[in-house]
Ligand binder design. Structure first.
Ligand SMILES: Nc1ncnc2c1ncn2[C@@H]1O[C@H](COP(=O)(O)OP(=O)(O)OP(=O)(O)O)[C@@H](O)[C@H]1O
Ligand SMILES: [Mg+2]
Length: 302
C-alpha cells in the first residue's frame, strides 16, 4: 500500500520539547483550563521567549490556535491532538504507518493504518464539535468550548472501544478492537459498503434478520447501540453485516433503554421496507429481540 506514510517521520518533524508544550496545553484542556505562554513556561521550567517561539511554530503548523489573538491563550487543534496520539502509538510500536482517509462522518475521520505487527487497520479520530469550533474561530471566542470538544472526543473514543471490547468477544458483528489513545480508536478494517449505499441485495430478508440478531446479541451482552441506521452498518461483498460507530451506546438499565432499542430496530426495519420492500412488524421484531435475552431493561446489567 504505497500511500502509507511512516508515522515516525510524520511526528519526527516535532521535537520532544514541542510535544511537551502540546501535552501541557492538553493537560490544561483536560481540566477545563486554557494555557497561556506564562503558564506553559512555568510548568515546563522554560524561558518565556523560548516558549513563545515554539508556540509560534506550533501555530504556523496549525497544531494549536490562539482564540484571543496570538500570544495570549493557546488551545490544541484536532491536528495537534492527532499528533499527540500518533506520537504515543508510534513510540510504543503499536502503529507504524498511516494512510489515506477512507471515511468521514459528522464527528470523525477514518484513516487506513498499519500496526507494528504489519496488520492493516482502521484509525478513527473523533472530531466532536468540529463545525461549531469553526464558527467559534470566526468569532474568536469560547476556547473553553473548544477544550470541551477535545475532552468529549476522548470520551467518545473511550466509550466506543469499551463497547467493542464487550461485543467483539461475544461474537457480535463489530470491528475488532485493537487499541485506543486519546480521541483515536484503532480497529480492524471492514471491506464493504455502507448499507445505505446499496440498491440491491441477493437476500434482503436474511440481512435484516441477521442485523436484528446482532441487536439481540448486543443486548444480551449489555449494550444498546442508540444510533443504529443504514449509515452505521457496513455490508461485505458476501452480504455479511458489521455494525460500526458505537460511542453513544447505553446499558439496558438506562432509563430510556427501551426507547433507544425501539428506535434502533425501527430505523433498520423502515429502511429495509423503503429500499427493498421487506415488510416486518417492529413490535414483533422487538418482541423477538427481548425474548429470552435475560436482559431486563430496568435491572442493571453489569
Ligand atoms: N472499521 C471500518 N472499516 C471500514 N470502514 C469504516 C470503518 N469504520 C468506519 N468506516 C467508514 O467511515 C465512515 C464513518 O465512520 P463512523 O460511522 O464510525 O463515523 P462517524 O463520524 O461517527 O459517522 P456519523 O457521525 O456521520 O454517523 C463510515 O461510514 C464507513 O464508511
Ligand atoms: Mg457513523
Amino acid at each position: 500500500m504505497k500511500e502509507l506514510k511512516r508515522i515516525a517521520s510524520l511526528v519526527g518533524g516535532l521535537s520532544e520539547i514541542e510535544f511537551k508544550v502540546l501535552e501541557t496545553i492538553e493537560r490544561f484542556a483536560d481540566i477545563g483550563r486554557i494555557a497561556t505562554p506564562d503558564t506553559i513556561a512555568r510548568s515546563l521550567k522554560l524561558g518565556r521567549d523560548y516558549v513563545d517561539r515554539m508556540l509560534e511554530e506550533l501555530n504556523r503548523r496549525r497544531l494549536v490556535w490562539s482564540p484571543r489573538g496570538r500570544g495570549r491563550e493557546y488551545m490544541l487543534n484536532f491536528t495537534g491532538l492527532d499528533m499527540l496520539a500518533l506520537h504515543s502509538v508510534s513510540r510504543r510500536g503499536i502503529l507504524t504507518h498511516i494512510g489515506v482517509k477512507i471515511g468521514m462522518g459528522k464527528e470523525a475521520d477514518i484513516y487506513l493504518g498499519r500496526t507494528g505487527e504489519g496488520n492493516v487497520v482502521g484509525i478513527k479520530f473523533y472530531r466532536i464539535g468540529r463545525s461549531s469550533i469553526k464558527k467559534h474561530r470566526r468569532l474568536r471566542e469560547s476556547s473553553l468550548e473548544a477544550a470541551n470538544y477535545l475532552v468529549s472526543s476522548k470520551l467518545a473514543a473511550q466509550r466506543e472501544i469499551q463497547a467493542l471490547r464487550i461485543l467483539y468477544p461475544e461474537g457480535v458483528a463489530v470491528p475488532a478492537p485493537v487499541y485506543r489513545n486519546r480521541h483515536m480508536v484503532v480497529t480492524s478494517i471492514i471491506e464493504g459498503e455502507l448499507l445505505v449505499r446499496l440498491d440491491s441485495l441477493s437476500d434482503p430478508e436474511a440481512l435484516l434478520q441477521g442485523i436484528v440478531k446482532s441487536i439481540k446479541k448486543a443486548l444480551k451482552a449489555g449494550v444498546i447501540h442508540c444510533d443504529l441506521s443504514p449509515y452505521n452498518i457496513l455490508v461485505t461483498p458476501g452480504e455479511e453485516h458489521v455494525i460500526i460507530d458505537w460511542p453513544q451506546w447505553v446499558r439496558p438499565s438506562h432509563p430510556n433503554a427501551q426507547d433507544y432499542l425501539r428506535r434502533d430496530v425501527e430505523n433498520v426495519a423502515a429502511f429495509f421496507k423503503r429500499r427493498f420492500g421487506v415488510l416486518s412488524s417492529v413490535d414483533e421484531l422487538i418482541g423477538w429481540v427481548l425474548r429470552s435475552v435475560g436482559a431486563s431493561l430496568t435491572d442493571d446489567q453489569v
